[in-house]
Ligand binder design. Structure first.
Ligand code: 5AD
Ligand code: SF4
Length: 492
């Protein structure tokens, strides 16, 4: 590695939530990941790794980086736990049930570790950034070999080597705000669709959310680095990229040397010859008119926007510190729909936030009715240690929360069904990803609006664009038949 590694011999650094909360003024350093030291390049020769990924696309993409680093060390991938010399759990901390799954998995892997003491069993990702989790592992699961966080993935070669030669658990979790590391190797999951980070971290501090603590402060990759990566993916034949960030609309706000926003970035990506460009996740507060104007140009910028609303009640939004009101959200939706008439909107909603009344929940239902989202991810509020909402009085019984979730899902299903029904008989453009999971005689892919389509057609369509006529719309998927082969209209 070419960057200075001041403290690489220190390998017991536990996480600290208070430190993770700090947002200082110091500049973000852009580090370059270069060669890994000679003695670490052959550590994995003849050995295998297995990564289990939980949570969001950011984690999926981090796993691609971790795989890239492990392969630079000589390791090869495997799906077999028995064959693996390294098993890493890349974890999610967003809700309690995500954490429960990981603790279950760590317990389940104990006998394997006992039988095979040479196995390196490691945990990384968002849970590693939580003090409470690391303490619990130290106490209850001391057979875990390695814990590292979300800011020091590039240090994996050193940490893995340390773990192989040490008898103690290796823990290194930086609770700093985070830097940017460029040139990290990546083993991308497929050759068709790629994730591209445009920024890291989150400064929004919504009161229920653990992400600003686990992912550090908002920091944007330089546009020249992002654009170069996308051009390279286009050259390699990728058909779709998804730009990733916890809050992509804050892109560029941290640049001191230029005025360059997310709208500018999208306008530049539009000129690259890659057929489809998506982005996730948007925050309504920073979604500006310039961005709407750029997205309305279409071309490779698809007409799908994921715009988490969280609640339809201005009072609850205030308690969540979302920094917009119901009316402001509805006004933004109105502007987006006016500029992009065939837009598909999806959202995230939390029910049962501390103190949420029946009336406030009804406001969420009425907002959902008014916007008519194509689909929604819906969650029961889950208290996260260290966040402000976890200290709020919560007098809503779990039964009531469950009932609210059910009512919300019922309503959303009706709307999704109705919206899909409107596509009956229409021909849509599908990027064909492969055989359907349930039936190998059926192909499956997605529309520009990200709807899953299962259809009958010849296998040579896999990896290409196809025109499919929808003849059986369902609530969450569409069924159809192949009409003719088609190539996507790339803007230029
Ligand atoms: N409880 C429930 N849902 C949450 N989310 C984030 N934090 C919590 C929490 N503590 C949801 C939000 C977010 C999505 C990724 O997860 O809706 O948009
Ligand atoms: Fe969490 Fe809010 Fe940041 Fe999204 S914008 S990651 S919900 S703090």
């Amino acid at each position: 590695m070419t960057q200075k590694v001041k403290d690489w011999e220190r390998y017991f650094v536990p996480p600290d939530l208070k430190a993770a909360k700090k947002r200082g003024k110091q500049d973000v350093e852009v580090l370059q990941f270069g060669e890994i030291p000679e003695d670490m390049r052959r550590i994995g020769e003849g050995k295998y790794y297995l990564i289990r990924t939980y949570g969001c696309q950011m984690n999926v993409h981090d796993s691609e980086t971790i795989a890239g680093i492990l392969e630079m060390m000589g390791y090869r991938p495997t799906e077999s736990e028995e064959q693996a010399s390294v098993i890493l759990l890349n974890t999610c901390a967003i809700r309690e049930n995500a954490e429960d799954k990981v603790f279950g998995e760590i317990g389940r892997l104990k006998p394997l570790k006992m039988e095979n003491p040479d196995l390196v069993l490691g945990m990384c990702g968002c849970m590693s950034q939580e003090e409470g989790v690391v303490n619990r592992i130290l106490r209850q699961h001391p057979y875990v070999d390695l814990i590292f966080g979300t800011h020091n993935i590039h240090r994996l070669p050193f940490l893995l080597k340390e773990s192989l030669f040490s008898k103690e658990m290796v823990v290194e979790v930086w609770s700093k705000e985070g830097d940017i590391v460029e040139n990290l190797p990546k083993v991308r999951e497929d050759g068709l669709k790629a994730w591209v980070n445009i920024m890291y971290g989150c400064d929004k501090f919504c009161t229920y959310c653990i992400v600003p603590y686990t992912r550090g402060k908002e920091r944007s990759r330089r546009p020249e680095d992002v654009l170069a990566e996308i051009r390279e993916l286009a050259r390699k034949g990728y058909q779709e990229v998804t730009l990733l960030g916890q809050n992509v609309n804050a892109y560029g706000k941290d640049f001191k040397d230029r005025h360059y926003t997310f709208a500018h970035l999208m306008d530049d990506v539009r000129k690259i010859g890659i057929p489809r460009v998506r982005f996730t996740t948007s925050h309504p507060r920073d979604f500006d008119d310039h961005l709407i104007e750029v997205l309305a140009k279409g071309g490779n910028l698809v007409e799908h926007i994921h715009l988490p609303v969280q609640s339809g009640s201005s009072e609850i939004l205030k308690m969540m510190a979302r920094k917009y009101t119901r009316e402001q959200y509805l006004e933004l939706v109105r502007k987006i729909k006016a500029a992009i008439p065939n837009v598909s909107l999806t959202t995230d909603i939390i029910v049962g936030f501390p103190g949420e009344t029946d009336e406030q929940f009804e406001e969420t239902l009425s907002l959902v009715r008014e916007v008519e989202f194509d689909s929604a991810f819906t969650f029961i509020y889950s208290p996260r240690e260290g966040t402000p909402a976890a200290k709020m009085k919560d007098d809503v019984p779990m039964e009531v929360k469950k009932e609210r979730l059910m009512r919300l899902n019922q309503l959303q299903d009706e709307i999704s069904r109705r919206k899909n029904e409107a596509l009956r008989g229409q021909v849509v453009e599908v990027l064909v990803e492969g055989e359907s999971k349930k039936d190998p005689n059926v192909l499956s892919g997605r529309t520009r609006t990200n709807k899953l389509v299962n259809f009958t057609g010849p296998k040579h369509l896999i990896g290409r664009f196809a025109h499919v006529r929808i003849d059986e719309p369902k609530t969450h998927t569409l069924k159809g038949v192949w009409v003719e082969e088609a190539y996507s209209q790339v803007g230029m």
